[in-house]
Design a protein around this ligand. Structure first.
Ligand code: GLU
Length: 507
């Protein structure tokens, strides 16, 4: 590590929802920054106006908020290198593009979209680069006076990098080690567009330089762009300040074949986005982990383990532990397979790990969404403690806890009716009488004893009445210890549920 202050950035383009791979990039940036007491910057790369999607920037900000990965500098909180939205920095990029033209490292290109399309159609594997640039319309192929005339006439043009011939460009990636590229294989990328906006390639280099970025983490899909960026850092005379790169391994489909895409999620029935994303242009709704009932703690934990481990068997990490333990030499080069069952396991473990008080607002929201009003927070806390080990997703709290707040709407009649007998009706009537006669009947231990004594008296077995009793109280074959449920519901409510269920069981 250099002794420069650590400054990292997440630089998304606001083009849609945030894939879990994007959040993992945020996380690794964040962990690295916090571990080295550095700054984490959010920069919005919105120079491609054609791909801009309304609402996408707010969505990204919300995602970071939900995950608790708040940037130190951003378009919202500002910072010493504002603005942090590239469209607002438009004016400053041209100077650098022109400087490159002056130096002979870039050139003006006047080809129209139609001309380029024609070439793409007629020439197999057409690339604007060494092979063809001399036969196209640009400031390399045209005489100077023609170029001047075109520029004077305000002819639309772009500025392209001039990729050098026969060079090998290499750098040391913090994860992948030595990486090299042949310049002959890279085309002359556009740096400044006809509308005066920089492309990603120019803007990312200029801004990483101006914002004093020390380390840059991004997905492996950006690796092919690295040679262009390396050359720009060099040509602009900034090489000594270039950030250290880390290209993060891909997140793969569950079967390991190829990058996990939004479509895989739809096909296999799990979310791929952090939060549900509604695309106003297409009307498409893409489900998210948050809405499915994931805790942010679990979501981050599972993302951290996609491509990283601490070298031990530990799987559950708090954010603070991740900051402490994160190290780049334990990030793997190979892609990480996504496993939804494992993702759910993380959530279940985190539900167990968090105390009832911290789960309370989220559980409350789940129940209130289902029309349940909570007016006793202590009761809710007791309920959460009783059932949280049974919940995998936050939404499960409705099934597992709903009956503590409202009577079952349906009963699993198949489990009771076929085997119902008068002796059982008799038993539950006697149980009701017992509850009516004794105010303290439900104090858990003694009630269980009294229940069993009554069972013996009526010559019934546990198998005959325990399950029906559970179904009376909760509606189905689930939930914690039935006597705990009754104790929490209270005497009147237990009596009322027995009466209501008896009607249904004997109808
Ligand atoms: N704007 C790029 C993106 O959308 C950023 C890539 C990088 O980090 O250099 O992911």
């Amino acid at each position: 590590m250099t002794d420069k202050k650590v400054r990292v950035r997440f630089a998304p383009s606001p083009t849609g929802g945030l894939h879990l791979g994007g959040v993992r990039t945020v996380l690794f940036n964040y962990l690295f920054a916090k571990k080295h007491h550095g700054d984490f910057i959010l920069r919005i790369e919105d120079t491609d106006q054609t791909r801009y999607v309304e609402g996408a920037e707010e969505y990204i900000l919300d995602c970071l908020k939900w995950c608790g990965l708040q940037p130190d500098e951003s378009p919202v909180v500002g910072g010493p290198y504002a603005p942090y939205r590239q469209s607002e920095r438009k004016a400053l990029y041209r100077e650098y593009a022109e400087r490159l033209v002056m130096q002979g490292h870039a050139y003006y290109a006047f080809d129209t979209a139609e001309e380029l399309d024609k070439n793409r159609k007629e020439i197999p594997n057409f690339q604007y680069g060494q092979a063809y640039r001399d036969s196209l319309r640009n400031s390399i192929s045209l005489p100077q006076h023609e170029v001047d005339a075109l520029l004077d006439a305000g002819t639309p043009h772009v500025i392209r990098i001039k990729m050098p011939a026969d060079e090998t460009i290499s750098f040391n990636d913090m994860i992948r080690g030595h990486v090299s590229f042949e310049t002959n294989q890279v085309d002359d990328k556009v740096l400044l567009k006809a509308d005066g906006m920089p492309t990603y390639h120019l803007a990312v280099v200029v801004d990483d330089y101006l914002m004093k970025i020390s380390h840059a983490f991004r997905g492996e899909e950006w690796l092919p762009s690295a040679p262009v960026h390396l050359l720009l850092w060099d040509y602009l005379g900034w090489k000594a300040d270039m950030p250290q790169w880390a290209h993060l391994p891909l997140i793969l489909k569950p079967d390991g074949h190829g990058k996990l895409s939004k479509r895989d999620g739809a096909r296999l029935g799990f979310p791929v986005y952090a939060m549900t994303w509604f695309d106003a242009k297409t009307g498409e709704l893409t489900p998210g982990f948050r809405e499915l009932g994931f805790l942010p703690e679990a979501f981050l934990n599972l993302l951290a383990t996609l491509g990283w481990n601490d070298g031990t068997d530990q799987e559950l990490f708090t954010l603070a532990e991740l900051i402490e333990k994160f190290s780049l030499d334990r990030v793997s080069k190979a892609g990480a397979k996504f496993d939804f069952e494992k993702a759910k396991w993380f959530n279940a473990e985190w539900i167990k790990k968090l105390n009832a008080e911290s789960l309370k607002p989220k559980v409350k929201a789940v129940l209130e969404e289902k029309g349940i009003t909570i007016n006793n927070d202590d009761y809710l806390l007791t309920v959460i403690n009783l059932i949280k080990d049974r919940c995998v997703l936050l939404a499960d709290f409705y099934q597992q806890a709903g009956y503590f707040f409202e009577q079952p709407k349906e009963y699993d009649l198949n489990a009771v009716k076929p085997k119902w007998t008068d002796a059982k009706t008799d038993f539950f009537n006697a149980l009701t009488a017992l509850l009516n006669s004794d105010q303290t009947a439900l104090e858990a231990h003694s009630f269980e004893e009294a229940f069993k004594a009554l069972m013996d008296e009526k010559a019934l077995k546990a198998g005959d009445v325990m399950l029906p009793f559970r179904i009376m109280l909760v509606g189905g074959k689930f939930g914690p210890h039935v006597f705990d449920i009754a104790a929490l519901l209270g005497r009147q409510e237990t009596i009322s549920r027995i009466a209501k269920a008896l009607e249904a069981f004997t109808a």
